[in-house]
Design a protein around this ligand. Structure first.
Ligand code: ATP
Ligand code: LTN
Length: 330
């Protein structure tokens, strides 16, 4: 993985429509996407991936619109990049099936996210197992060169490269090999109550995760209660001070300073936490306000989604046809 963006590079990334984004999603994904968008960038709300979760159909429909509104509120401009819903481009599911016959059972069994999620539920769906192949299809359909994702998706990206390389060797040069791109800071925002775990929609406790819909009071409460340590020295040190270092990383992602520079300015945890909660609240307020405005205008959202599906389908259909033909399909 490397850490730079340059204009004109083909980019693809996706986010699941599984509830309000949290601070990790914003810093690890949405903010990066908005900062790096160009006419070659494709961003999708991956509602097919969300079918791997226990989710009510009405809720899924509504959360898919929420997802589009959050992407727009975070700064994605549908006139600049392509913003679309995964299920509206049928080639994702189609290519995924082809790639399931390139990926191996052993490879998929080694995926950490699968092992973690499967261990937390009985009767998990087959889709949870094949999830990374669908993700590979998302990326390869658009010939993406760069995939901006949080650190938690690194293994899936490596698998995508493996699948693409194997396909190219077996069936002829078809896919571009993508690289993962990570944000410079806050590539992995940790749970505020358990800094050994990433902040997550599905696992974090209510106090561990900061939702983009939290108001200033809730943000303040969660940051003040964030788990740190007892030695009271403000120092950026992930190994010995993971809770505090997480707060310094978050600070740095919003202020643009390095976490070390932020640490130098403080001697007391309380002061750092107070300033951080004000900074987070002030930074998120305009995004949340924009979200509410966008979400209330369904007609406008539908127009944006239709345009995205049309633009995405053009690129995806060409790649799919090429891959299907290479494999011998008529
Ligand atoms: P879950 O934990 O339930 O799997 P999630 O919170 O990871 O969900 P996703 O929709 O899977 O949410 O992730 C969307 C994007 O946010 C991805 O690019 C992912 O890498 C990024 N991301 C998720 N959690 C974090 C985090 N804690 N820190 C930084 N980036 C994150
Ligand atoms: N698996 C990712 C979401 C995702 C994605 C993608 C990210 C699905 N398809 C393609 C980047 C590119 C996740 O759980 N965060």
């Amino acid at each position: 993985m490397h850490c730079s963006y340059y204009g004109g590079v083909r980019i693809l990334s996706g986010i699941q429509p599984s509830g309000t984004p949290h601070l990790g999603n914003y810093l690890g994904a949405l903010k990066q996407w908005a900062d790096s968008q160009n006419s070659e960038a494709f961003y999708c709300v991956v509602n097919l991936h969300a079918l791997t979760l226990q989710i009510d159909p009405e809720e899924l429909r509504s959360q898919t619109f929420d997802g589009v509104a959050w992407l727009l509120a975070s700064g994605l401009d549908p006139e600049v990049c392509t913003l679309f819903i995964q299920s509206q481009v049928p080639y994702h599911a189609q290519l995924s099936w082809l790639l399931e016959n390139v990926a191996t059972f052993g490879e998929l069994s080694r995926m950490t996210q699968f092992k973690e999620k499967a261990s937390r539920q009985d009767g998990y769906r087959a889709g949870l197992f094949t999830y990374p192949v669908l993700m590979a299809a998302d990326i390869l359909l658009y010939n993406a060169q760069e995939v901006p994702v949080g650190d938690d998706q690194r293994q899936h990206l490596e698998l995508t490269r493996e699948i693409a390389e194997r396909f190219n060797n077996r069936f002829g040069e078809t896919f571009t090999l993508p690289v993962g791109v990570q944000p410079k800071s806050a590539a992995r925002v940790m749970d505020l109550q358990d800094p050994s775990r990433k902040m997550s929609k599905s696992v974090s406790s209510p106090l561990g995760s900061l939702s983009l819909l939290d108001d200033a009071k809730e943000i303040d409460k969660k940051i003040k209660k964030a788990v740190t340590d007892t030695d009271n020295e403000v120092r950026f040190d992930w190994e010995n001070k993971p809770g505090l270092s997480n707060l310094l990383e978050i600070f740095s992602a919003f202020s643009g300073e390095t976490p070390e520079a932020v640490a130098e300015r403080y001697t007391r945890y309380g002061d750092l936490k107070g300033d951080l909660s004000a900074l987070v609240a002030e930074s998120l307020a305009p995004i949340t306000a924009r979200y509410h405005e966008l979400r209330a205008n369904t007609n406008q959202l539908n127009e944006i989604i239709d345009l995205g599906a049309e633009k995405a389908s053009k690129v995806a259909s060409a790649t799919y046809e090429r891959a299907a033909k290479a494999m011998g399909l008529i």
